[in-house]
Design a protein around this ligand. Structure first.
Ligand SMILES: Nc1ncnc2c1ncn2[C@@H]1O[C@H](COP(=O)(O)OP(=O)(O)OP(=O)(O)O)[C@@H](O)[C@H]1O
Ligand SMILES: [Mg+2]
Length: 286
């Protein structure tokens, strides 16, 4: 990492927040958090974008790593998706290349994105072919720790080697879930994936910070109400908060390339994400 008093240059752009001193580099050891669930459409990307917004309000330097070839976190911040002839995240991971030139600023000071690209659709197979795929994300993400306070990895909904490798590259996880007949099963599978991946990586320090219930609609039917209750008082995973369906705030913010905390800071939608950041212990409650 560059030792400089003017701040490291990232891609073509300098980081938009204050320069990182040598001293600061020692202090800034980003905690890497996987935003995960192999169940699809539960609000992983929405929560990643908006948790980043809540953290940035506290002056934290956040990197969102888009770990999903759908590229939703990338386009959600209006960051361009690298093309086939560009350096991509998949190439950086597979060839142990410096990922810094990939990183892009967003409209929000303090939030940067490491974009996804379409070639990540073949990443799981390509990682398997290397024979050391489980550890390759760790190699890449470790290079970025000193530049940020928090790194959020938006995972795709899958139990494959790319998601395993991202988990092994992370220190902790927040599990997103919805309220649905299959939510408990999905949560069980996700926790089993953590266990399996950490056993293979011989790690016993991985933390599940908690779960977030996304896309909550009330009133609920009896069955959903029972699932909701189980999720809120899960015996092993703490509930960090919930996000009710708020299509207008969430979609209009995303349409502007902004998290809700920056787009509509005075809404209860923004407060839900602030509460998640505080309950996860990432920032102090206001
Ligand atoms: N609280 C919310 N209110 C309204 N719409 C929401 C909310 N949360 C998520 N959505 C919408 O639900 C859909 C799925 O959300 P999102 O993409 O965040 O889920 P995901 O878990 O990342 O999906 P995938 O598994 O495909 O990556 C999106 O269209 C998103 O805009
Ligand atoms: Mg997603």
């Amino acid at each position: 990492m560059a030792e400089t008093t003017t701040g490291p240059v990232i891609g073509a752009q300098a980081l938009s927040t204050p320069p990182i001193s040598k001293e600061g580099d020692r202090d800034r050891r980003a905690r890497i958090i996987a935003m995960c669930n192999q169940k699809g459409g539960v609000g992983k990307t929405t929560s990643t974008i908006n948790l980043a917004g809540a953290l940035a309000e506290h002056g934290r330097r956040v990197l969102v790593v888009d770990g999903d070839p759908q590229c939703n976190a990338t386009t959600g911040f209006k960051v361009p998706v690298p093309g086939p002839n560009d350096l991509t995240q998949a190439k950086a991971v597979l060839d142990a290349l410096d990922p810094q030139p990939l990183i892009r600023e967003t409209k929000v000071p303090g939030i940067h994105v490491l974009p996804a690209s379409l070639d990540m659709a073949g990443l799981s197979v390509a990682l398997r072919d290397t024979g050391t795929g489980l550890t390759l994300y760790r190699l890449m993400l470790d290079k970025l720790r000193g530049l940020f306070d928090d790194i959020l990895v938006d995972q795709r909904p899958a139990l494959e080697l790319d998601t395993d490798s991202q988990l092994v590259g992370s220190d902790a996880a927040i599990i997103l879930t919805d309220v649905d007949q299959w939510s408990m099963e999905g949560l069980k599978r996700q926790l089993a994936q953590h266990k399996r991946a950490m056993a293979r990586a011989e790690r016993d320090d991985f933390q599940v910070l908690g779960l977030v219930i996304g896309r909550v609609t009330k009133p609920m039917g009896n069955f959903d109400a029972a699932v909701y209750k189980l999720l809120k008082s899960h015996p092993t995973v703490r509930c960090l908060g919930e996000v009710p369906v708020r299509s207008a705030d969430i979609k209009e913010a995303r349409n502007q390339g902004l998290p809700v905390c920056q787009f509509r800071p005075r809404t209860d939608t923004a407060d839900f994400f602030r509460a998640i950041a505080a309950n996860a212990g990432l920032v102090k409650a206001a």
